[in-house]
Design a protein around this ligand. Structure first.
Ligand code: SF4
Length: 413
C-alpha cells in the first residue's frame, strides 16, 4: 500500500506530464469522443494532463457533448437536505461533519422533527427530501425504515432520496441482513432513490487512507449494484483534490462507467471538491494533503467527466454548496447540465468549512441559469421535467426558520 508521500509524488509526476504538448493525442481522443467512441481510462489521464492550449479544445468538446445530450436545458430540483444526525464514530479522515456523542453541537433528530422538516419542504414546493446522517453508534438499524415510514405516512407523494452506501452497510450489519434484504425492505417502505455518496475515490490505496477502509471499494460497488438491481436509482459521486491525482480520477470515472453499462442505475454524476478546512486529514498532514482542487482542476473534472461518461451518464451536476453559485454557473459551459437541489438546509459541506449558503431558491436557480444563456427547467429526482421556466418565474419563497434538533431516546438500542 502506498503512503502519503508516495501518493503526493505520483501527483507531482502527473503534473509534470501536463507541461508536455500532447496535441496530436488529444485531437485523436476528442475525435473519438465526438463520434461516440469510448474514451479509455488512459485517454482520460491524457485529457486531465492537457496543457493550457489543448484544454480549451477539451472544454469545447465537453460543451458540444452536453448540448447534444441536453440541448440548452439546465435543470434543478426543489428539495430539502435533512441530516438527521451528525454523530459518527467511523473516523473518515476527510470528514469535518462528524461529532462524538455529547460533543457540543452534536445532534440527533427525532422522527417527529424529520417529518416536520419534510412537511415544511413540501409546503415550500419540494418534491424530494435528501436524507443522510452519521453512523451514530447507539441508533437502531430500524431507524432507516422508520424515517421513511414516518414521512410517507404524512407525505405519500414526497420522493425520499436517502442513505449513502455507508449507511446501508451500517444498517444492514445492525439488522444482520444482506444488502439485498435490507434495501428491499427500505424500498417496500417507500425509499425512492439513494445518494451515491461515500464513493470518495474508488481506488483501494486512496480509500484505505481516507476511510480507514471501513467501507471498501468493493463494498461500495456491491451496495450500489444491489440498489440498481432492485430498481433503486442512485447518483454517482467523486470526491477529489486531496491525496489523489489524475490517474485516480480517470480510473474512478471508468469504474462508474463500467457499473452504468451493467445496471443503468446512475441518474447523474456529482463531482465533489474536497473541503480541507475542518478535515482531520488536512489538519494532520497540511504539507502533503491538498487544499481541495484548483479552479483549473474543477473545470477539467466537470468537462472530462462529461466526455468519459458520454452516452452512459448524461447528467453532470455541479455542486453549488462546494463551489458557490458563480463558479457553478461557469461550469454550465463546460459540460454541466444540472445545478442540483435548492437544499433549504445544508450542513455537511458547511461543517467541513465550505462557505456558501444553505439554500438557493428556485427563483435564484432560474436567474443563474438564464444569465448563463440556458433554459431553466425544474425536474424531479429522476430527471423528468416538471416545469419549464423559459417564459415564467417561480414564486418567491419566505426564508426558512432554522430549527435545532432534539436528542431523542426513540432511536437508541
Ligand atoms: S464521512 Fe460519514 S461515515 Fe465518515 S466519519 Fe463523516 S459522517 Fe461518519
Amino acid at each position: 500500500m502506498k503512503d502519503f508521500e508516495e501518493l503526493s509524488s505520483d501527483f507531482s509526476r502527473g503534473d509534470r506530464r501536463k507541461s508536455k504538448s500532447l496535441d496530436a493525442a488529444i485531437d485523436r481522443i476528442l475525435d473519438k469522443a465526438l463520434v461516440g467512441m469510448e474514451v479509455s481510462e488512459q485517454d482520460g489521464v491524457t485529457l486531465f494532463n492537457a496543457n493550457q492550449h489543448d484544454i480549451k479544445k477539451v472544454f469545447s468538446v465537453a460543451d458540444k457533448l452536453r448540448e447534444r445530450a441536453n440541448g440548452d436545458e439546465v435543470t434543478f430540483v426543489v428539495n430539502r437536505n435533512i441530516n438527521f444526525t451528525n454523530v459518527c464514530y467511523m473516523g473518515c479522515k476527510f470528514c469535518g461533519f462528524a461529532k462524538k456523542l455529547n460533543q457540543k453541537g452534536s445532534e440527533l433528530l427525532s422522527i417527529g422533527d424529520i417529518v416536520l422538516r419534510a412537511q415544511e419542504a413540501w409546503d415550500r414546493g419540494a418534491t424530494e427530501v435528501c436524507i443522510q446522517g452519521g453512523l451514530h453508534p447507539k441508533i437502531s438499524g430500524d431507524i432507516y425504515r422508520n424515517i421513511i415510514l414516518g414521512i410517507k405516512q404524512v407525505l405519500p407523494n414526497m420522493h425520499i432520496h436517502a442513505f449513502s452506501p455507508f449507511e446501508i452497510w451500517f444498517g444492514a450489519s445492525k439488522k444482520k441482513l444482506t444488502y439485498t434484504n435490507f434495501l428491499r425492505d427500505l424500498k417496500d417502505c417507500g425509499l425512492g432513490s439513494m445518494p451515491g455518496t461515500a464513493a470518495e475515490i474508488l481506488d483501494v490505496d486512496i480509500r484505505k487512507m481516507l476511510t480507514k477502509n471501513k467501507l471498501s471499494t468493493e463494498q461500495w460497488i456491491e451496495i450500489i449494484r444491489t440498489a440498481h438491481s432492485l430498481n433503486i436509482p442512485t447518483t454517482a459521486t467523486i470526491m477529489y483534490g486531496h491525496i489523489d491525482s489524475p490517474v485516480h480520477w480517470a480510473m474512478h470515472l471508468a469504474t462508474l462507467r463500467r457499473i452504468q453499462k451493467e445496471t443503468g442505475g446512475f441518474t447523474e454524476l456529482v463531482p465533489l471538491s474536497f473541503v480541507h478546512k475542518e478535515s482531520p486529514l488536512y489538519k494532520a498532514n497540511p504539507t502533503i494533503v491538498r487544499r481541495g482542487p484548483t479552479l483549473d482542476e474543477i473545470k477539467r473534472m466537470h468537462a472530462i467527466a462529461r466526455i468519459m461518461l458520454s452516452g452512459g451518464i448524461d447528467n453532470i451536476q455541479v455542486s453549488w454548496t462546494k463551489l458557490g453559485p458563480k463558479i457553478a454557473q461557469e461550469m454550465l459551459s463546460l459540460g454541466v447540465n444540472d445545478l442540483g437541489g435548492t437544499l433549504m438546509n445544508e450542513s455537511i459541506s458547511r461543517s467541513s468549512g465550505a462557505e456558501f449558503g444553505q439554500e438557493i431558491t428556485a427563483s435564484e436557480m432560474v436567474k443563474i441559469i438564464r444569465h448563463a444563456g440556458k433554459v431553466p427547467m425544474q425536474r424531479n429526482t429522476t430527471y423528468d421535467i416538471t416545469q419549464n421556466f423559459d417564459n415564467c418565474d417561480p414564486k418567491e419563497l419566505t426564508p426558512l426558520i432554522p430549527r435545532n434538533g432534539t436528542n431523542p431516546l426513540e432511536f437508541i438500542n
